[in-house]
Design a protein around this ligand. Structure first.
Ligand SMILES: Cc1ncc(COP(=O)(O)O)c(C=O)c1O
Length: 375
């Protein structure tokens, strides 16, 4: 059998990973400013993370959601505390798309409506509802097309108000910082407007925090920078530091009913062990503050560089928009300087490193970028 060829690959095979470095099968060492697509939050193979998963594996790896899993309660308490949302409820699943799928479904269960507001350049995943609210026709199969979704321009308060006036809005779904769309930050006033319109119309505010959450921007959720409380936060990526786990954090006004949501694997023992290890390390190593400190430094340094069109982002979620003439820089960073970065079209380099990246590692990236931009 062959692999179903859907991923354009770099010709690299990673064999080992530690902290913010990975090594290929030829022994070459790379600095990881991509974090395997914003997934590596506490660094590769962090010793506490490895030990917690390993210890758990010797006890019980999996049992279904038909019995008590006390680690789920422990995780809910810990996540509530670290994220500052103690009064919310936790539903555990396995990926970002699944988290958004459940969030949208829950919104519709809550107010009995169907219409959803999403935004231009959004990305929310590839399952049926998640992809229907994703602004990319190339990945929406005919069966996923939905008349229930309205895509509005990002940060456009007037368009938002006008659409709410048409009535029947079940939910608004928005990334605090658009990731795949090229690192665009949602304005404070815009998020506050979404909050007040959702309150006025009893619609559900869904904060997609799959990429921009889990401390990446220096606050637990990127939406926190604007002082708003969403009704549902979806998360995944950094939550398990590579172990597949996703979740939604749900405000109290949305009440659960048995069988309303469900999953076989969600919240399994190993996923809980991985997620608890991540939160423990985040606390012990003060990673939110490190994300702010190193992120602010990188942003400031980038803003002073020449030959960059625009620098956007917050904390360790940074987009560097380059002119068309610099389109090879990402490739050169990887193959000449051995630094992984992410990309977003058109011509945006995305920085999504682990939250414990150091100033020294930041300087290595900045120096490599300077060299490339000077060419
Ligand atoms: C903002 C956002 N939402 C949802 C997803 C989907 O997550 P997953 O690939 O885990 O399904 C992604 C993935 O990149 C994302 O960036």
């Amino acid at each position: 059998m062959q692999l179903f060829d859907v991923y354009p690959l770099n010709d690299i095979t990673i064999q080992m990973a530690r902290g913010s470095y990975v090594w290929d099968d030829k022994g070459e060492k790379y600095l990881d400013f991509y974090g395997g697509h914003a997934v590596i939050s506490i660094g590769h193979t962090h010793p506490h993370y490895v030990k917690r998963i390993e210890d758990q594996l010797h006890k019980v790896g999996f049992y279904s959601n038909s019995v008590h899993i006390p680690m789920q309660v422990e995780l809910a308490e810990k996540l509530g505390k670290v994220s500052g949302k103690e009064n919310y409820q936790l539903f555990l699943c396995n990926s970002g798309a699944e988290a958004n799928e459940n969030a949208l479904k829950l919104a519709s269960f809550y107010n009995g409506r169907k219409k959803i507001i999403a935004f231009k350049r959004s990305f929310h995943g590839r399952t049926s509802l998640a992809v229907a609210v994703t602004d990319n026709p190339n990945i929406i199969a005919p069966v996923n097309q939905s008349d229930n979704v309205t895509f509005l321009p990002f940060n456009d308060e007037e368009a938002l108000e006008a659409t709410f006036k048409q009535g029947e809005i079940a939910a608004v779904i928005i990334e605090g910082i658009q990731g795949v769309g090229g690192i665009h930050v949602a304005g404070d006033a815009f998020l506050q407007k979404i909050r007040s319109l959702c309150d006025e119309h009893d619609s559900v505010f869904i904060a997609d925090s799959v990429q921009c959450g889990y401390g990446r921007t220096g606050k637990f959720y990127a939406h926190d920078h604007s002082g708003v409380q969403a009704d549902i936060y979806s998360m995944a990526k950094g939550m398990g530091n590579g172990f597949p786990v996703g979740a939604i954090s749900i405000a109290r006004k949305i009440q659960p009913k048995h069988f309303m949501l469900g999953t076989t694997f969600g919240g399994n023992h190993l996923a809980c062990a991985a997620s608890l290890a991540v939160l423990e390390v985040m606390e012990q190593e003060d990673l939110l503050n490190n994300a702010t400190r190193v992120g602010d430094y990188i942003l400031k340094e980038l803003q002073q560089m020449h030959n960059i069109r625009e620098v956007r982002g917050r904390g360790l979620m940074i987009g560097i928009e380059l002119p068309e003439s610099s389109k090879d820089i990402k490739k050169n960073l990887l193959f000449r300087h051995r630094i992984f970065t992410g990309e977003a079209k058109p011509n945006v380099i995305r920085l999504l490193p682990a939250l414990n990246i150091t100033m020294t590692e930041a300087d290595i990236l900045l120096q490599a970028l300077k060299t490339e931009l000077a060419k």
